[in-house]
Every structure is written in C-alpha cells, then in structure tokens.
Design a protein around this ligand. Structure first.
Ligand code: PEP
Ligand code: MN
Length: 339
C-alpha cells in the first residue's frame, strides 16, 4: 500500500501519517520526489486494510493506493519518475548510459591497472573485477580475495572509476563493503535471502544479477528484500537465462528490459558477456540492449583474454572494447541518451 501525500503537505502532516502507520505495527518507506512524497507501507495485509480509511481521511494525504503485485517497494508506483542510483561519479538510470567494464577476475596488479586505464579512456563509467569468484568447479581459480579488493582500490585511485565487485556470503559482503563502491550479488545468489538482507544493511549500492533460472517476478522480489532493509540503491542486471541451445552460454532475455522498466522504478542494465559466453556476440547484444532502453551495460574486458584465469572466451580485448564503445555512442545518441 502506498500513501500519496498532497504536493503541499507539510513535514508535520507527513510525520503524523508515518506515526499512525508505525503505531499500527506496520513499516514505512519514504520516497521523496520533486513534487510529492510517497510512503510505502509494508506489513500485515489485514492491518493495512483496517488502516486504509483512517489514512485517507488524514490531513495532507491525497490518496491511498493498493499495490496488487507481490513486490511493493520496487514497483513503479512507489517512484513513478524512476530511480537514479549514483555510485561515485557514475549514475544508473540517468540520461547517460552507464558502462561497467573490467575483467571477470582481478588477477594481478598489472592486469587490473592496465584494464582500468584502458576502459576509462574508452568511456567506461565503473570498473568491475571479481575478487571472490563463484566458479562452477572447485578446482577453478577462486579469486585473489582481499588482495583483489586492495588492487581494485588502487585502480580506483589511479583512474577515479568507482568499483563494483561480488560478495557470495555475509562475511565477504562486510569485507567488500569496506573496499568497494558497489556490491554485486551474482546470479547464483539472487535468491540467497540472508545475503540480500545483509546487502540491504550495507549502506552501499547493490548490483543484483538475475538468476539463470529466475523469473522476472523472482528477480523483483529479490530486490524487494534489499529495499525492505532500507537500501533503495539497487540496480537490476539481466545476464541471460538458461536456454536449450549451446551456441551461446545462456539466452539473453532482452524482453526483460522493457518489462522491468514497466514494472519497476529501478535502473536496469544488461550483461551480454555472461549471456553469450563468446566475445564475438557481445557487441551486437550490447548495442541492442541500449537501443531497447537499458540504462547501462556490464561487459567483461581483459587485456589478454586468451590467458584470462576466468571467462576469457567471453572477454573483449581492449581494441574490441574500444570499437564497441564507439558504436555504442552512436546508438545511445540515436535513442536520446548519452554515453
Ligand atoms: C560475473 O559477473 O563475473 C559473474 C559471475 O556473473 P553471474 O553471476 O551473472 O554469472
Ligand atoms: Mn565472469
């Protein structure tokens, strides 16, 4: 349920409404817009229903709207104008397209610094690099862990790019939050509810990737877990779902972009690298995603993909990344967005 305050409602009226809701044992989430403030009310449905008429009659309240979808705080009604998530100097959901680029894994000082400088020069807005890697096999490279986080910080100091990196459990998440500007929750952990809650309490923006077999509703409910802890800085990422072909690693669900933009106010980005698993197809889907309304991209870039310790086959080399960015600029401009 959402309480829509009148445009001219006073702070005292707002506080009185919030108090009434809390007194009934329900939780409130404020969304302060340029015109009006919305109050998201979450908790027991029966209690909400009992409170509805009282709230509608309270001074300063314009109307009370029921949200029929199972996801509430993430729904577009909660913030009709859309959310802009700011991470350092970068922004997701603004006019400009955000480009998150970097290697799958942080492998060495030289590798991450060289990549950071190259992607920055090509126009990327955030640096990515895994320090804790969710690998399918326990025998594969698992990441440099804290050492990798320190190298990301050094790369940020060199380039000014904010950094995003994955955490797979609550302990890692607390460590990642000390170093990184944004926390990535990977596809395999999209429904790890204690981890989502911890991310919601971290105070850091969250990049939430769609699970390979997750529905759009499950993705939105996962984001709801983060938001329900009071963290509204969530960016959703479509990264391909399980298909039945084997020419690509997953099947990029581009339809998720307009569907999500319709259902939620949260920014939506696309990861064509994990979706295809092959660098050759990354550029085409990156361009398609931006043409189709994505707020940004997540692209894996490595200075020497053939020697990469993870996801080499899907990583663009520096030259290919430059070329993709040049073409992306033209597409972004054609759909009224910058880069
Ligand atoms: C990654 O971004 O390196 C990654 C492991 O992605 P996903 O969780 O989408 O598989
Ligand atoms: Mn990867």
């Amino acid at each position: 349920m959402i309480v829509v305050m009148e445009p001219g409602a006073t702070q005292a009226q707002l506080e009185a409404v919030v108090q009434k809701i809390r007194d009934a044992g329900l939780n409130t989430h404020l969304s302060v817009g340029t015109e009006r403030t919305l109050i998201g009310v979450v908790g027991d449905s029966h209690t909400k229903e009992l409170l509805r008429d009282t709230l509608e009659a309270t001074p300063g309240v314009e109307k009370v709207v029921r949200i029929l979808q199972p996801f509430k705080l993430v729904s577009r009604e909660f913030r009709p104008s859309g959310t802009v998530v700011r991470v350092g100097g970068a922004a997701f959901g603004d006019t400009a397209v955000a480009v998150v680029a970097g290697p799958c894994s942080v492998e060495s000082r030289e590798q991450i610094l060289q990549t950071a400088e190259a992607v920055k020069a090509a126009g990327a807005t955030l640096l990515r690099g895994g320090a804790f890697k969710p690998r399918t096999s326990p025998y594969s490279f698992q990441g440099l862990e804290e050492e990798g986080l320190k190298l990301l910080v050094e790369a940020r100091q060199r380039t000014g790019l904010p950094v995003v990196t994955e955490a797979m459990d609550a302990h890692q998440l607390r460590m990642v939050a000390e170093y990184a500007d944004m926390i990535q929750i990977g596809a395999r952990n999209m429904q790890n509810y204690p981890l989502l809650r911890e991310a919601g309490r971290s105070g850091k923006p969250v990049l939430l990737k769609r699970g390979a077999a997750a529905t759009i509703e499950e993705l939105l409910l996962a984001a709801e877990y983060v938001m329900n802890e009071g963290n509204y800085e969530v960016v959703l990422c479509e990264r391909g779902i399980r298909g039945f072909g084997n020419y690509t690693r997953y099947t990029l669900d581009l339809s998720a972009v307009p569907v999500l933009k319709h259902l939620t106010h949260l920014p939506v980005i696309v990861d064509p690298s994990h979706a295809t698993g092959k660098w050759r197809y990354v550029e085409a889907l990156a361009l398609a995603a931006v043409a189709g309304g994505a707020d940004g991209l997540l692209v894996e870039v490595h200075p020497d993909p053939e020697r990469a310790l993870s996801d080499g086959p899907q990583s663009l080399n520096l030259e290919n990344f430059n070329r993709m960015m040049a073409r992306l600029r033209a597409v972004a401009q054609a759909v009224g967005r910058g880069l």
